[in-house]
Design a binder for this molecule. Structure first.
Ligand SMILES: NC(=O)c1ccc[n+]([C@@H]2O[C@H](COP(=O)([O-])OP(=O)(O)OC[C@H]3O[C@@H](n4cnc5c(N)ncnc54)[C@H](O)[C@@H]3O)[C@@H](O)[C@H]2O)c1
Length: 257
């Protein structure tokens, strides 16, 4: 197992879905977990505390909007003063507008860019400077999407377009990948790695009731949040100490190439 005993991990979007599964997986490896979401994280926290009788780390929940830089700065201060380090940041919180180019509104564009890209940017910057830099170590893990690689995969069902993420989402997730590589090059010498995970279709609220043409997919099923949590644990652990600036597609083979 990838022991994360005593490590301090901040996970955004931890109220449900991929973020909740990632928080559970990190806690299972012994990490202290800081659950961050605009929604209440009570359910995730109770699940960690009740099902992991051997849980060795603490659980802290923080209800904030990661579009606000000021609250991110305060979050880092609070986490550092409680735990004395910030070792792992999982930038997972995200929103996904699905209207196409003709119909997407300025508000939808702003929400996806500000949450997915700007939120990831400030979480990363405020965790590294000064905390991870002063420690000489840290793991930044950015949850992107295959949309950020492929420009929003086209999917058709019964001849109709279905389930395609919108232009703001694809642009924000492509931006997250470029940001990951930029940051990796900047902070490698400080002992910090920065990697990205690009999920394919995963069963969560974002994909609820959408119709994916899974017959074209190599692994013929939707992914579970736990499929992504496994990759998060890998990037959080010492097994990935020599890996940085990478984008790991976890997509059932839907975006090979
Ligand atoms: N489910 C998929 O198929 C899929 C595919 C590729 C990428 N992703 C990415 O995975 C990540 C997790 O998504 P999910 O599928 O678990 O969906 P989800 O909607 O269940 O989870 C997203 C979480 O982010 C939180 N959030 C949204 N805006 C926020 C904000 N401004 N501040 C704080 N928290 C905020 C939400 O409250 C929610 O708990 C997202 O970045 C998403 O883009 C998901």
């Amino acid at each position: 197992m990838a022991s994360l005993q005593g490590k301090v991990a901040i996970i955004t979007g931890a109220s449900r879905g991929i973020g909740a599964a990632s928080a559970r997986a990190l806690a299972k490896e012994g990490a202290h977990v800081v659950l961050v979401d605009i929604l209440d994280c009570h359910e995730t926290a109770s699940l960690i505390e009740s099902t992991q009788a051997n849980v060795r780390g603490d659980v802290m929940s923080v209800c904030i909007d990661i579009q606000d830089r000021g609250v991110i700065q305060q979050l880092m201060k609070d986490v550092y003063s409680r735990f004395g380090s910030i070792d792992i940041v999982v930038n997972n919180a995200g929103t996904c507008s699905r209207l196409d180019l003709e119909d997407i509104t300025e508000e939808m564009w702003a929400r996806d860019i500000n949450t997915n890209l700007r939120g990831t940017f400030f979480m990363t910057k405020e965790a590294i400077y000064p905390y991870m830099k002063d420690q000489g170590s840290g793991k930044i893990i950015n949850v992107s999407s295959i949309s950020g690689i492929m420009g929003g995969p086209l999917s058709f069902h019964d001849g109709k377009k279905s389930a395609r993420s919108g232009p703001a989402y694809a642009a924000s997730k492509g931006g997250v990948i470029a940001l990951t590589k930029w940051v990796a090059k900047e902070v490698g010498a400080l002992g910090i790695t920065c990697n990205s995970i690009a999920p394919g279709p995963i069963k969560t609220e974002i994909t609820k009731d959408l119709d994916y043409p899974l017959s074209n997919q190599v692994i013929n099923r939707m992914g579970d949040p736990e499929d992504i949590a496994g990759a998060v644990v890998y990037f959080a652990s010492s097994y990935s100490d020599y890996v940085t600036g990478e984008v790991l597609k976890v997509c059932g083979g839907s975006a090979i190439g």
